[in-house]
Design a protein around this ligand. Structure first.
Ligand SMILES: [Fe+2]
Ligand SMILES: [Fe+2]
Length: 316
């Protein structure tokens, strides 16, 4: 679809047809494109993260499914961030897992797998895959910090929920690029609106709906279906899901305030996100403390090269 053509999804029956056609296209695309290892890695790592008895050997096995995560784990284990000057270099994944810890390893495997979803890189208005990737990593790290501070450790794995919350956008980017995706992105910036509102108009469906459908397709647990599918609308069945959604929204607010990566909303919506801060009972001083902690963590990840892998190509 060119920019001159009417890109609107329409309303009523026409809108429904557009929605169904685009959803089918996404689902068919996910089956046929070379994304086959991603669901397998995601499913395995989500299962491991839910299993209290999981051990280093289980994580090492997941690494075998995705070689890029092995390289990242070794790099992290031998970096100044995780090792002291007197420590020997580690050469095996098992040793690396022991050094950097179970949780960090999980996060690296998950991030390396998800990073592959952000390959189709073009700049459209204020959006690019790299910027969305940065946003996703930021929200993942922020989710972990906020959830731990407010509710303690959780088996729901708030990092994973944050990392994946906007994955529907990158799926739309890959499979609906000629069906209205650039128009929705461009109009969001022009109108300073919410991306979900522009997606409704130009794609007939939203990244929340796409996220919800793929989370179900990939057999993710219910709390992930809730966050991928409801982080803007805040509909959730259980108290735990509600908490996770509000934590994710507060992470989005921090990301917006710190201007790190792409945000699918603008100033007026950020006001609504303060309600999540209130709901979580996080005062302004704690909010600033979280921002400081996040700055430190994100600098560490930047030093490890997490945000330099993807090349940005300008849309012609
Ligand atoms: Fe987001
Ligand atoms: Fe979103």
């Amino acid at each position: 679809m060119t920019e001159g053509q009417s890109a609107r999804a329409g309303s009523g029956d026409e809108g429904m047809k557009t929605r169904e056609r685009n959803l089918e296209k996404v689902m068919a695309g996910l089956q046929h494109q070379d994304l086959s290892t991603i669901p397998a890695v995601l499913q395995r790592i989500v299962n491991v993260s839910q299993d209290a008895k999981a051990q280093a050997v289980d994580l090492a096995q997941v690494c075998e499914l995705d070689k890029s995560s092995s390289a990242r784990i070794l790099r992290a284990a031998n970096s100044a961030y995780y090792s002291t000057r007197n420590q020997n270099r580690v050469g095996s994944i098992r040793e690396a897992i022991v050094r950097i810890g179970f949780r960090t390893t999980q996060e690296i495997i998950m991030s390396a797998a998800v990073c592959n979803l952000f390959r189709a890189n073009k700049v459209i208005a204020d959006y690019s895959s790299t910027l969305l990737w940065k946003h996703s990593m930021f929200v993942g790290v922020a989710n972990r910090l906020i959830y731990a501070q407010r509710f303690g450790e959780s088996k729901l794995d708030p990092f994973v929920a944050g990392l994946l919350h906007d994955v529907g956008i990158s799926i739309e980017h890959q499979f609906l690029f000629y069906d209205g995706f650039p128009e929705a992105i461009t109009k969001r910036q022009e109108n300073q609106s919410l991306l979900v509102a522009e997606e409704e108009k130009y794609l007939g469906l939203t990244h929340e709906e796409v996220g919800r459908q793929i989370a179900k397709r990939w057999n993710f647990p219910e709390h992930l279906v809730a966050v991928l599918g409801h982080h803007h609308s805040t509909d959730a069945a259980s108290v735990e899901e509600q908490r996770l959604i509000h934590v994710t929204r507060l992470s989005e607010l921090l990301c917006f305030e710190m201007q790190f990566g792409y945000c699918d909303f603008s100033e007026s919506y950020s006001e609504a996100l303060y309600a999540s801060q209130e709901r979580l009972g996080i005062d302004d001083e704690s909010f600033l403390g979280l921002a400081q902690q996040l700055k430190h963590e994100i600098e560490g990840l930047t030093d490890l090269g997490w945000f330099s892998d993807l090349r940005v190509r300008r849309l012609s």
